[in-house]
Ligand binder design. Structure first.
Ligand code: GDP
Length: 394
């Protein structure tokens, strides 16, 4: 499909930057239009692949931001973005909407700009265009503490209520203990970019190249049209890798046997790849059986595709996911050295991390309210005399 892709805030812009990098390195053409929007000038300088002229600084004349960000305050993020919504609309005016199928807004939900400003950006896009709007939302790690959890749990509601689909990414699930936070983010952003681009870029290949089971952008749009929360699984393998044991079992007598071997081994390879992708670490850990719809894109050189493999992968998924709404299709990438499967689990109802996030957020909200009340009491104690004999002047 063809996307207009908009990164809001620091994490959102970094992920979009990695998406553009991944598609350019793998000869895909997904993001027909990109924008990075931020309240912090320094963060806006970070992307390497988003062109300078596509970066929008908002709130630089706003007293609460002045180009230095919103300090992780979700309310200020929403306020600053709303105050500059005309500027954002002007930037979106140059989206060539006839050239895109959908719009994707990426943001980290634990901070202020992406979390508070993202929903404002989505409103502006929905006012201007009829195309579906999807969100790619990053949930903060539990270790980040109560405030990011509270920001995220609140803005998750705003995002999901507004968009046609919310694709989640859980920083907790992807954190590697041995990495620094920055190193961790770098590799997470790359992993996320590979998944989302492999999935959504399907259907954008040369017409002459169209394979038998080619996935179409309308299939992707239909699978995403659930108004819910989704997750992506992914697996990839080198194209010359053979599934173990097959060579021995079918091993070589004459041309027919070899044809048979090729066909059967390719089918097996596709099925096991789809299985691995479904059972892989998902962008947002969830129960596969809780998905309403499932879509699988098998991407790689067409010589590796197998109709039988696609069919048996679909049958296996039907059992696994317990739904009949399953689409499995190819995305031919001539010359690619890898065969990859991206599995979209659309509208999942069982994602335990969301509940733990909400619990952490509720605790944080209570703690913040208690601290504020205690602080008010202390200030009152400080400025009033012991017996409350004195009155303020006015
Ligand atoms: P904003 O600019 O105010 O929206 O805030 P940030 O995007 O800097 O941070 C918001 C949240 O996103 C943080 O609480 C982290 O959970 C997460 N985050 C920040 N940077 C990255 C990143 O590069 N990758 C990932 N996966 N998460 C990030």
């Amino acid at each position: 499909m063809k996307l207009a892709t908009i990164g809001v805030g620091n994490a959102g812009s970094k992920v979009v930057d990695r998406m553009v990098e991944f598609e350019s390195k793998t000869n895909r053409s997904l993001c027909r239009h990109v924008h990075a929007i931020n309240t912090a000038r320094t963060d806006l300088a970070k992307p390497e692949y988003i062109p300078e002229e596509q970066r929008v600084l908002v709130g630089d004349t706003n007293q609460k931001s002045k180009g230095h960000g919103v300090g992780g305050d979700v309310e200020i993020g929403a306020e600053v973005m709303s105050a500059d919504v005309d500027e954002i609309r002007r930037a979106f005016d140059d989206i060539e909407i006839h050239n895109v199928d959908a719009i994707l807004v990426a943001a980290g939900l634990g901070g202020g700009t992406g979390s508070g400003g993202g929903p404002v950006v989505i409103d502006a896009l929905q006012d201007m265009y009829d195309e579906p709007v999807y969100a790619l939302g990053i949930l903060p790690g539990e270790y980040e503490g109560g405030r990011p959890a509270l920001n995220a749990a609140r803005s998750l509601q705003s995002f999901v209520n507004k968009v046609d689909n919310f694709i989640g990414f859980d920083n907790d699930a992807w954190r590697a203990r041995e990495q620094t936070i920055q190193e961790g983010y770098e590799s997470m952003n790359r992993e996320l970019a590979a998944r989302i681009v492999t999935l959504l870029a399907a259907g954008e290949t040369d017409e002459t190249d169209v394979a038998e089971n080619a996935m179409d952008s309308s299939d992707i749009i239909r699978t995403l049209a659930t108004d819910g929360v989704s997750s992506i699984g992914y697996a990839a393998t080198a194209v010359d890798a053979q599934p173990e044991g097959l060579l021995d079992r079918w091993g070589g007598s004459g041309a027919n046997a070899e044809d048979h071997l090729d066909d059967a081994s390719q089918a097996k390879k596709i099925k096991s790849l789809v299985r691995r992708a479904t059972n892989s670490r998902l962008t947002l850990p969830c129960a596969v059986s809780s998905a309403e719809r499932v879509l699988v894109v098998v991407s790689g050189p067409p010589s590796e595709f197998s109709r039988k493999g696609i069919e048996s992968a679909r049958q296996w998924l039907e059992q696994e996911a317990g739904t009949v709404e399953i689409l499995v299709g190819d995305d031919p990438r001539e010359g690619s050295s890898r065969l990859a499967a991206a599995v979209l689990l659309s509208n999942v109802s069982n994602a335990p991390r969301i509940e733990t996030l909400q619990n952490q957020a509720v605790d944080a909200q209570e703690q913040i309210a208690e601290q504020e009340a205690a602080r008010e009491d202390k200030i009152n104690d400080l400025i009033t005399d012991e017996n409350d004999d004195l009155d303020p002047v006015i």
